[in-house]
Ligand binder design. Sequence first.
Ligand SMILES: [Ca+2]
Ligand SMILES: [Ca+2]
Ligand SMILES: [Ca+2]
Ligand SMILES: [Ca+2]
Length: 317
Amino acid sequence: MRSSVIGISAAVLAALTLAPAASAAPEGQFTGRDRDFTLDTHEDLLTRKPNGQLAVSAAVPVGYGASTPINNGWNNAHWLSAGDISGDGHPDVLAEVNGIITAHKHSGAYSPANPFATLNGTTQYGGWGWNFFDQKVLYDEDGNGLVDVTAREISTGKIFTWLTGIENGQVVVSPAFEMGTGWSGIDQFDIADLNFDGISDWVVRQGSQLVAYYGQPAPAAKSASPAPKRAVTDAATPGAKAAAAPEFQILSEGWDLANAFEIKDVDLNGKPDLVSRLTANGQLVAFLNTTTEVGGFTWYSGQYPLGTTWANDSFLT
Ligand SMILES: [Ca+2]
Ligand SMILES: [Ca+2]
Ligand SMILES: [Ca+2]
Ligand SMILES: [Ca+2]
């Protein structure tokens, strides 16, 4: 499927757009996380600038506006992302430094005149040792409204999920649930329920392909205790434990030309879109979800350019 076109063109880094002639209407909305820092109900783009500033780019139709710094001194973070872990419905910023994750809480207010007041207060998330894991993603795996951490153990290639809860006003983190094996070969990872069946889907880069592994339902819970809704997924035999959604789908070829990947609702229509950044020119591009088969496959447009504002940023989220 690789195009012979040289250079950056829609034909090279291209989502596959073989949408079926007819499909079911989507019945869900983009759920599982919320990165609306500006409190207008639209999820924004959070990045780290080259000078170490944390910056918010507010969602605009279609794309993201200028970077507004909201905090200084994030140079030493080995990872950062955002989601609500405190239960107030506003996105907190989680950052890992030397194996410790600290949550920087959203204050509950946002003012363009005083953006440095957006974050207010910190709390440690879980224990130590987060440096033994990479490909960390925030997504609400049990549907309790708080984002959970899913990450790959570097030494084994296994993927684990830790559920976030609140007890007596304190953030608590569950023991790890093993969610998958054989994932050493991926180098980009994000999670969303692409096909609106209530089960999280993993989207990974494997070589030059972007591939969706549609989540299968977990076996009936053995107890009333909270657990992820998603069954364990073996990279070699995806979906072998159940046969609800499709096992996997190659979403795009040519993804080796991208140096960043995120799932975001870029056009604010409630459907998750694919976002990447072209290594060659720093252009952020979106592949807009055009068709969702509920519980089935998903289909995307060609490249939609979003600009070079974030060409040198890290941890786009
Ligand atoms: Ca917003
Ligand atoms: Ca959760
Ligand atoms: Ca799904
Ligand atoms: Ca969308």
